[in-house]
Design a protein around this ligand. Sequence first.
Ligand SMILES: Cc1ncc(COP(=O)(O)O)c(C=O)c1O
Length: 397
Amino acid sequence: MDLRDRESQYILHTYKRLPVDIDHADGVYIYAKDGKKYLDFFGGIAVNALGYGNQRVKAAINAQVERYMHVSNLFYMDIQVELAELICKISGYPKVFLTNSGTEAIEAAIKLARKWGGSRSKTGLLALTNSFHGRTMGALSLTDRPKYRQGFEPFLPDIDHIAFNDIRDLRSRVGGGTAAVFVEFIQGEGGVNVMSKEFVEELFLLKKKHGFIVVADEIQGGLYRSGRVFSFEHYGVRPDVVAMAKPLGGGLPLGGVLVDEPLQDVLGYGAHGTTFGGNPVACAAGLATLRELSEKKMDQHAAKIGSYLRQGLRQLAEKYPGFISEVRGLGLMVGVECKTECAEIVNELLSRGILANCTSGNVIRLLPPLIIEEEHVDYFVSQLGEIVLEHSKFTTK
Ligand SMILES: Cc1ncc(COP(=O)(O)O)c(C=O)c1O
C-alpha cells in the first residue's frame, strides 16, 4: 500500500488532503517526494510566520529537548515564564494562560466569561455571523459556519450571533445580560472579512454602556500577520481578552489567552488547567519565534509586502472585472473574492507549484509566511494572472 492508501486505512477521514506527499520544507518552499517545489502562500494555515527551518527556532527546540520535554504544570519552568514575560511585554497585557491550540484558547475565554458574568447575572455570549472560533463544543457554539456545526447540536445555551458589520443588529442583540462578545477583527475562514471602523466603535461604546467583555480572537489574524502585532490595533481599541495560537509556537502546538488586569483573578487556582498547555519545548519554539518576529519588525514587513500584494491583485481585478470582484485584507491576510467558485483556481495554482486556499466557496485566501518578499509576490500574481486569463477566455466564449 502506498502512503495515501495507508492514510485512508488508518486515519479517520476528517481531512481532505492535497495530493502532495511532503518530503521537506525550507524558507517559503515545500518540496514533495516527487521532486516538485511549491511556493507556500498558505503558511500551514497561518502558522509558519517565519517560513520553514528558521535556525533560531530549531536551535531553541533542540536545546530545550536536551533539557526536558515535559514535567507538567505542577512545576516552575523558566522557559514558560520567559515566554509569558515576552508575550506580556509585547502585548501590554499583564497575564497569559497558555494552551495547546486556538480552540483551547477560546474555551478558556468562554470559561472566563461565564465565570465573570455568572456573579453579575450576565450569561449571554455573542459572536458574529460567519465567524470561526474552533471545533470543540464551546468554540463550535460560537462558530457560525453551518458546514462545521451541522449534526453537533445542541450547542452551549445562551449564545447568539450578530450580523457581521451590521450596527443595527449589534445594538439589538447586546444588553445587560451580555457577558461577552467574541470577535475576529478580520475573519479568516469566513472569507477574509475586515470589520468596519464604525462597527468596532459602536461595539466599544456599547461595551461601556452595558459592561460586557470583548474577546478578540486573534488566532489567525494576530501576531504580526495583519501588519500590526494584533489586528485590533488597527482600530485603536483594547479588548479585555485576547486569544492567540497558530504562529505562536513556531510550528509546535501552542496557544494562549491574554487577560487584562480587571479580569486577571477570575480564573484562580484550580479553575482551569491543562496537562500539555505551555509545554516547555513549544514555549522554547515560541520564545524564539516571538523574538525573531519582534526584532525583525515583521509587522512592518507584513504591512509593506501585504500592501504590495494587494496592489498587484487589484491590478488583476481591474483587468478582469468579470472574474475578480474584490481584493481585501490587512497585511499578509488577503482575500481575492471571485465571481464564481474558486476551488478550481486553487487547484490550478497547485498544479503550477503554488499553495493557496479557497474559503467560503469563492474567496481565494492567502496567508503566506511573513518572510515572503516582492519577488514571491510578483511570481504569485503573474501565475494567478495567467490562470485568470485562461478562465476569462473560457467564460467569455
Ligand atoms: C480565528 C480562529 N479561531 C480559532 C481557530 C481554532 O484554532 P485551532 O485550529 O488551533 O484549534 C482558528 C483555526 O483556524 C481560527 O482561524
